[in-house]
Structures are given as structure tokens and as C-alpha cells.
Design a protein around this ligand. Sequence first.
Ligand SMILES: [Zn+2]
Ligand SMILES: [Zn+2]
Length: 144
Amino acid sequence: MRDEIAIFREFVRMKGLRNTPERETIIREICATRDHFDVDELYLRLKRKKKKISKPSIYRLIPLLLEARLIQEAYFEEGHLHYEPIYGREHHCHLRCLNCGKTIEFTEEFLDKLETKLAEEYDFVIRGHKLEVFGYCSKCKLHI
Ligand SMILES: [Zn+2]
Ligand SMILES: [Zn+2]
């Protein structure tokens, strides 16, 4: 967790931005679990811990964390994006159940090969990809 804070401090320094204790509190909370989260959930988690953090300050921090590659967009649900901490983790994509919301993380070597192929074919410098696969999980498929 200390690593993420150090990276963020370096990131804001390089960008000439301002860091605040509030921002570090938010980052600590995000990295406390490896869970996927959205802004509302994160806000409630902080509130339960009696941290005085406003929702707008979370909204303002998210793009910075994305840019610093400390979090990634995970999937879109209930009309908004969900994120997850990714520092020190292998890249992965998600299978989402449309019925119960279950999320399965997967990595697939084929996707890395696809990146290489696309990079060559389109002379493109690839920095990442996001693949969201949706359908019904093993339990829910029995009821559709
Ligand atoms: Zn399901
Ligand atoms: Zn994930």
C-alpha cells in the first residue's frame, strides 16, 4: 500500500499538481482491498470509517489514478463505471453475469498475441486493452 502512495506522490510531483492528505486517504482505502469499486461504494466505505471525504474529491481523483496506472476501468454496470486497483498485478479482463452480477477475472495469452498482431497490422503503439464479456454464469444459466 505504501508503494501506491509513493507512486502517486511521484506522479503529482512530475505533473506539478497538488497532493493532499485527503487524496492519500482515498488511495489507501482503494488499495486496502483488491476489490472492484465504484465512486458511491468507495464514498460509503470512507464514510463508515468516519473519513471526511466529499464525493467530488473522489471524482476528481479518479482520472489521476487512471493516468498514474494505479487503477483501471473494470466494467460498466448500473449506468456507471467500476474500477479496481491494478498496481503490481497482472493485466486481466472480466466475465460478467447479467443476472447476478458475478465477476470472473481472466487472463488469456491469446489477447496478448492479438495486441502484437494489431500493433504490426496497423502500425500502432498499444498500451492496453479492455475486454468485457457478458452473459450468464454457471448458476444463472440454468434459469434462463
Ligand atoms: Zn449469475
Ligand atoms: Zn478485475
